[in-house]
Design a binder for this molecule. Structure first.
Ligand code: HGY
Ligand code: MN
Ligand code: MN
Ligand code: MN
Length: 431
């Protein structure tokens, strides 16, 4: 693999980066599936178990079969599972993959790159008729972004035995429960079937995830690849402030219980405190005055909270300060607050051995090693709960913008990413 990498790299400017272009073509092709209301505007939105979600899964399965995977299946929560056997039936497996759902009006590579890169590697091995001393199990996780239901990391949680049964009763904005969405998609919709997806960690060497960086660091360093040292921990809430709707024209400013003004004060507090705590971030991504009117003081205001930091201590400090501030704001403004925590996931440090494997793979391509934390959450932090994991970042274009249709990559960087994954596999097959 190293020799091929050298040839490919030396001739890269002469010969097209074939593997990088294949991944690019697959990602572009997958983007034709998008949820109604977004597809018509040329936007990519694939949320859990919609028709576009099902079509995306079917397309991945077709390509996996063409790549030479020995087993290809859709599991009980909609994960796409492809297995390329090792050189012995009981060979341990390398687990890898990422998610194929997207945020609303998202990019083509968030998640998907981490499915398509290992698929291209398996196709290379299959074409060379090679079997490694380990199997390769590639997962297209069905749901990581938590857009349709509040259940983030649903696909990877099913593999680690952390699927929350309460998720089945969650309803989307049309009132459809997750269980009914599963049944409509031909999935069993039972906890028995979901619990059967739990993986036995002793059968696996570990989990690796390739992902776009979703930030500007690799661009600023002019590096195609980065090694992830840890994934930030995060906590998420949805909240509602209730004040008193009243006439916008006749209610004096000092007699108001304005729910939206209270949330506005909270948003500025989150921005100010997150900026003051090193490596912490805080975001109110959703904000709504239900049935609001231009001439009515908001009586209700709905909002979301996403608080993260590199360490659990910093995350918890920000979490605590924000909730205390919210209480004080409510007290002073005479409004009430309901806050519901929808997710809490601990910071996930990379396993040293796997971080070193990624470093050796990147160095084997003649590239410098850059170690960096991940501000974004990833399926790897769920697998972290049951097995060693480490991630490889690939540079994104447009300063690594993500969760935005401008998200993109180059075929050259993608070629290097596939070559690094092949080098990691090669490292696993040399004692
Ligand atoms: O929000 C995140 O960090 C990831 O994109 N789900
Ligand atoms: Mn994302
Ligand atoms: Mn992602
Ligand atoms: Mn992820």
């Amino acid at each position: 693999i190293h020799r091929i990498a050298e040839i490919r790299l030396n001739d890269r400017f002469g010969v097209r980066p074939a593997l990088g272009e294949q991944v690019w073509d697959w990602a572009e092709s997958l983007a034709r599936f998008s949820d109604p209301g977004f597809a018509e505007q040329g936007q990519l939105t694939v949320t859990y178990l919609t028709e576009a979600h099902r079509a995306t899964a079917a397309q991945l399965m077709t390509w996996m079969r063409q790549c030479g995977f020995d087993e290809v299946a859709l599991d009980a929560v909609g994960n796409v599972v492809g297995v390329y056997h090792g050189d012995a039936p009981d060979a341990p497996r390398l687990l890898t993959g990422s998610h194929y759902d997207t945020v609303r009006n998202g990019g083509k590579y968030d998640g998907r790159l981490g499915i398509l890169v290992p698929m291209a590697c398996v196709r290379e091995l299959h074409q060379q008729g090679r079997r490694l001393p380990c199997g390769i199990e590639v997962i297209g996780f069905a749901e990581e972004e938590g857009q349709r239901y509040g259940a983030t990391f649903l696909g990877s949680s099913a593999l680690t035995g952390h699927f929350d049964p309460a998720w089945l009763d969650q309803r989307d904005t049309d009132g459809i429960s997750m269980r009914d969405a599963m049944l409509q998609a031909g999935l069993p919709g039972t906890m028995a079937a979901i619990e059967a997806l739990r993986r036995d960690p002793s059968r696996y060497l570990g989990f690796v995830e390739v992902h776009i960086e979703q930030g500007p660091v690799l661009t600023e360093l002019d590096l195609p690849l980065g090694i992830v040292t840890s994934i930030n921990g995060s906590v998420r809430y949805v909240g509602e402030v209730r004040g008193l709707a009243s006439h916008a024209g006749t209610t004096p400013m000092d007699r108001r219980r304005d729910a939206a003004a209270a949330v506005a004060e909270l948003i500025l507090f989150v921005e100010q405190r997150a900026a003051a705590i090193p490596d912490a971030v805080g975001t109110v991504g959703q904000l709504q005055v239900p049935a609001g009117s231009i001439n009515v003081i908001p009586g209700r205001c709905l909002f979301s909270l996403d608080l993260r930091a590199t360490t659990n201590e910093a995350r918890d400090q920000l979490d605590q300060e924000v909730r205390s501030a919210l209480e004080a704001i409510a007290e002073r403004r005479g409004v009430s607050v309901q806050l519901q925590r929808t997710m809490s996931v601990a910071a996930a440090p990379s396993a040293a051995a796997w971080q070193l494997r990624w470093e050796a793979a990147v160095q084997s391509l003649g590239l410098p090693v850059h170690r960096m934390p991940s501000g974004a959450g990833h399926d790897a932090m769920k697998l972290h709960e049951v097995m060693p994991q480490a991630m490889l970042f690939q540079r994104g274009l447009n300063l690594g913008i993500s969760h935005n249709p401008l998200e993109s990559v180059t075929t050259d960087d993608t070629e290097l990413c596939v070559q690094a994954f092949l080098a990691l596999l090669e490292g696993l097959s040399t004692p």
